[in-house]
Design a binder for this molecule. Sequence first.
Ligand code: UT7
Length: 334
Amino acid sequence: MKRAKIGGLGYYVPSRIVTNDDLAKLMNTSDEWIQERTGIKERRYIVPGEDTGANMAAKASRIAIERAGISPDDIDFIILGTLSPDMDFPGTGVLLQRELGLHNKGIGALDIRNQCSGFVYGLSIADQFIRTGMYKNILLVGVEIHSTGLEFNDRGRHISVIFGDGAGAAVIQVSDDEDKGILSTHLHADGSQAEELCTLNPGSVNSPRLAPEMIEDGSIFPHMNGRLVFKYAVQKFPEVIGEALTATGYKPEDIDLLIPHQANLRISEFVRRSLNLPEEKMYNNIQWYGNTTAASVPIALTEAWEKGLIKDNDLVCLAAFGSGFTWASALIRW
Ligand code: UT7
């Protein structure tokens, strides 16, 4: 069976830069606290009315499609990961299809809800479709708009300082070289921890789904048990990377570049040290974009590729952990 590969990458982040000092004007926080606890220096926020999830996804996608050497018309399926869809339903995948002018072709568009692990989950889905021959050029996108759903006050400060907006895209195609491409994907979840990192409302279990009390009690904003998430993350990242290495017969030192979901620089550093990888073998850009959940892995992957940090034949490892809890890894021979 032929392997699938990433044939083109692209990303887009909004132009509006929000620094830690900007946030310190809105809540009791500081540049020092944010950098020390998370590594973040600044993040991007959309300008409402200018950027939408669908058009950020389209901007990233056009770059990825061009770099894959194909035209938008060649795309035969769309997979889009987000926890912040432009509207409650339909999903942003169909909006991206329309934005790219592909609606007349009627190609399928699948939205997935796997938060920080969304891109790696999507890569695994695309991998199956490519290897079975069902599709030839799958557009896989992670896109997120957090800035319109955060609480800019002291109650929300431990969450609001972390997240940012952006989009990353990849075109998944058949690999001509059977030794190259996606070597493995591993997907996991633990639903018993769902409420430890979630946005409860507006949820369909409530009638009405949205009430003024929900705005007042903050349940329309993300809730995160930061210390618990941290504890799980530093355990599950190495575990799922180890699973990928065992399944493919590689060792940690064989990894040329690790691209972890950009959750927290301290988490990533812990993972790097536990694998005994030198600093140059892990790519971080959380300093500039914060945590963009589903968009974080494809944005980091694209940036690393653009900087020439991924060379032909390199072994690239993607890994993610987040709300659900969900976690996942992918090993790619470039
Ligand atoms: O994408 C995956 C999902 N998310 C993650 O992976 C996040 C995982 N968790 C984390 O990254 C960390 O837990 C945080 C960065 C969220 C918080 O760091 P922490 O070292 O776990 O801090 P903490 O929650 O234990 O809080 C330490 C102190 C508290 O004050 P007291 O109780 O010691 O007086 C907080 O109230 O820091 C306070 N604090 C803040 N201070 C200034 C919390 N948020 C802030 C803030 N600015 N923004």
